[in-house]
Write a protein of this length. Sequence first.
Length: 154
Amino acid sequence: MNHSFREVRNWQYKIHKSLYMLKSIRVYSACFFFALLTLLFLDFTGTVHLWFGWMAEIQLVPAILAVNVAVIIGLVVLTVLFGRVYCSVVCPLGIFQDGVSNLSARRKGKKSRFRYSPAVTWLRYLTWFCLLSHWPPGLALSFPCSTPMRLMAA
């Protein structure tokens, strides 16, 4: 099969256009989720909770703590089928990290934001020790929903 240059460029353009559309959908969905979760955490009257309380229930750590098997299985299936959709659209910490990373790259004008660095093994073991020993700051780290919300409420 010998394809002309114009056909190949046309295919590349269609693929690029569809990937840009998927990224736009992901970014707008993430902004929607993040805004509503922020309103949910900052709502003192409980009115937002009536409509969007389900958003707090589909977070991973609250689902594990509540032993909500349906949500846990749903999140696992969602992750297996679509990859990082939960982390980049539903999880407030993942949305916050993506936003900070994107803003940092724009500010510095870098095309490639990530580079290889060797693993910091002692930090990994310290984190596991804090989480497993039930040290209160370690438990705070294990609940990713609260971290960006604490930053916004401060």
